[in-house]
Design a binder for this molecule. Structure first.
Ligand code: SER
Length: 318
């Protein structure tokens, strides 16, 4: 068993919730310290409340628990970020700098920083967007991710801090709720279908975006973090793909299983954000360097989501 001690920042978020559970299953409950700006369960010795802007508190937690790996998942996402651009920049960038500095000063072995398909914008090919496509994001979230990728690479090259990163597509899972993203619709659509309600989507039916199922997203993260450092030729952030589909396609996939489900469309400002992003991602570097291969396509993901949510909604209705 590894001697690692993990710190999850943003552990109550969409990915943080599942990553914390997965790492605890593998390494043991008390090897994983969950932190979030929201309160944890009272009396949980493996939870610490943390605001990412508070570097002294972050350093205190890393020292107290002798942390060796940090997963920094706290950020304001694309749609919510547009409501308060400067605040978003402050949280996303200052939070990252605090993590990088604490990790460097306290000899943390590895840091994970999530990037996103939001780094792409005008000028990048829409289909099979390559690793090295031009990065001209239109959202403050995307700009913060481009800057974050480069700062991660800088800390690696300048200080030898082992920062690793993935450009997540939209993440779809049954275990937790997303918040503030443009791709959030792909989770909400399932909850509406399962609770017998119609879904009014804020994107147009032909909008195609890259997505990944939660199981694949967590597996990719852990594969990257477990890979030998010398295998990693990308030190900004790896493109990683799961599946790509339009709104109309995911709606049809759900309707195959729930024929009464109804979807209508009322696009808002998030349509422009979605249209600035790729349709699909070329992840050949991740496949080459650390053996990435997704396990879920649209049909397999829809089947699994519905099976899990059916159980949840059945229990709630008991
Ligand atoms: N899921 C994110 C968002 O929609 C993209 O990384 O903002």
């Amino acid at each position: 068993m590894s001697q690692d001690k993990f710190l999850i920042i943003g552990a109550a978020g969409q990915i943080g919730t599942v990553l914390t559970q997965t790492l605890r299953k593998t390494h043991g409950y008390n090897k994983v310290i969950a932190t979030d700006i929201r309160d944890g369960e009272p009396g949980d010795a493996c939870f610490e409340k943390l605001d990412v802007l508070d570097i002294a508190r972050m350093a205190e937690i890393v020292n107290k628990h002798r942390i060796t790996q940090i997963y920094h998942l706290a950020a304001i996402l694309s749609a919510k970020g547009e409501a308060a651009p400067l605040r978003t920049w402050e949280i996303n960038m200052k939070g990252l700098f605090n993590v990088l500095e604490v990790a460097r000063e306290m000899n943390v072995a590895k840091v994970f920083f999530p990037s996103s398909i939001a780094v792409f914008g005008e000028g990048a090919p829409k289909d099979n967007t390559p690793q090295d496509a031009v990065l001209k994001p239109t959202t403050v979230y995307g700009i913060s991710k481009v800057a974050g990728e480069l700062w991660g690479q800088y800390y690696w090259e300048r200080y030898g801090l082992d920062v690793r990163s993935l450009r997540y597509p939209g993440v779809i899972g049954h275990q937790s709720e997303p918040g503030g993203g443009t791709t959030d619709y792909a989770v909400e659509i399932f909850h509406k279908a399962m609770s017998g309600q119609p879904f009014v989507c804020f994107l147009k039916p032909d909008t195609c975006l890259p997505m990944i199922y939660m199981d694949d997203a967590i597996r990719a993260t852990l594969m990257l973090m477990d890979a030998p450092a010398e295998k990693l030729r990308v030190r900004t952030s790896y493109n990683v793909a799961g599946m790509s589909f339009t709104l109309a396609e995911i709606a049809a996939s759900i309707q195959k299983r729930i024929p009464t489900f109804k979807v209508s469309y009322e696009p808002d400002f998030r349509q422009a954000i979605a249209e600035s992003w790729p349709h699909s991602i070329d992840d050949s570097e991740a496949r080459r360097d650390w053996g990435w291969e997704p396990a879920y396509d649209l049909e397999k993901m829809t089947g699994d989501m519905i099976a899990h949510l059916q159980m949840r909604y059945a229990i709630q209705n008991c």
